[in-house]
Design a protein around this ligand. Structure first.
Ligand SMILES: Nc1ncnc2c1ncn2[C@@H]1O[C@H](COP(=O)(O)OP(=O)(O)O)[C@@H](O)[C@H]1O
Ligand SMILES: [Mg+2]
Length: 288
């Protein structure tokens, strides 16, 4: 029964992708931001990366998909009235759920509402499909801020993306957890392109060593490619900006973290990720 539903959804999204491909030259790029260990800076990175993309002339949508600790809204000092669940289970339009963040970045508060969407009835699944299709249509890039760890929900979201940025800190526990996350996500979706990003680095040398070690282990033991995306330094401006509930890129545009973030955003735009036809973002959630 559930498999039937999943198969039907795949058909629907295949048709949609085909129709979309005929009219759009560059389909939306889905980038998930994840980590093994919690508190490594995913939400701050995702939000500020989205803002940076907007500044660089791209249209970006940020989905807050951390089902445990949704906090994009807290980083911005706002409290959204509705979540994605209200659009699918309630009577809200998806456009009412979406809100405009800084620089015109679109933000979809998902949070704990997303977990309610697993195992939906067919009619609701169709509503969700259509909503997501509408949302993605106008975008160049969709960023998915996932939770930490290798729980089912996190892995599902991450493996629904084309590209996955795995964030680690230089701590050994964060590094081993990052490796575990890469292993599980790559087993689920072999086509994902992985990047490693080191946050809280005390120096460029430290960041480079951490990233190289992970790359070596991932390539040797998992036989998959992983690209070193860069690093963000340990920077107290980030903490100050969080305390003020302002994105660090806007509160402190010239601070070390902002400068590196800018380089990373430009680098991601330069890296031309070939797009494969693939299913809807949420189809994975229904397959279980
Ligand atoms: N580069 C950095 N330098 C200093 N502090 C940082 C940096 N990145 C994140 N932080 C701090 O770490 C905390 C956790 O970051 P957050 O983005 O919420 O992590 P996650 O989403 O992975 O749980 C933030 O409140 C912030 O103060
Ligand atoms: Mg977070």
């Amino acid at each position: 029964m559930i498999n039937d539903q999943a198969a039907r959804l795949r058909d629907i999204s295949r048709l949609k992708n085909r129709a979309d491909g005929a009219t759009t030259l560059s389909p939306v790029r889905r980038i998930a931001i994840t980590s093994g260990k919690g508190g490594v800076g995913k939400s701050n990175f995702s939000l500020n990366l989205g803002i940076c993309f907007q500044k660089l002339g791209k249209r970006a949508l940020l989905i807050d998909a951390d089902t445990n600790l949704a906090n994009i809204d807290i980083l911005l000092g706002i409290s959204p009235k509705f979540t994605l669940a209200d659009a699918v289970l309630g009577d809200r339009f998806i456009t009412e759920v979406l809100f405009d963040g800084p620089e015109g970045l679109k933000i979809l508060p998902g949070g704990s509402g997303i977990i309610e969407l697993v195992g939906l009835e067919q009619v609701m699944q169709d509503r969700l499909e259509n909503s997501m299709y509408e949302l993605e249509k106008g975008q160049d890039i969709v960023l998915l801020d996932t939770g930490a760890g290798i729980s089912e929900g996190v892995v599902e979201f991450a493996s629904a993306a084309d590209e996955v940025i795995v964030i680690t800190t230089p701590e050994p526990t964060a590094i081993t957890d990052a490796y575990a996350a890469i292993k599980v996500i790559s087993a689920r979706n072999q086509a994902v392109k992985f990047y490693i990003l080191v946050n809280f680095a005390r120096s460029e040398d430290e960041a480079r060593e951490v990233a190289r070690n992970i790359k070596l282990v991932v390539e040797n033991y998992l036989a998959i490619d992983i690209e070193i995306l860069g690093y963000l330094p340990l920077d107290t401006h980030v903490q100050h900006a969080v305390a003020q509930q302002k994105p660090f890129l806007l509160a402190h545009p010239r601070c070390p973290a902002s400068l590196n973030l800018n380089m990373i955003a430009r680098r991601l735009l330069r890296l031309n990720q070939p797009h494969r036809p693939r299913g809807s973002l949420f189809r994975h959630l229904f397959a279980h």
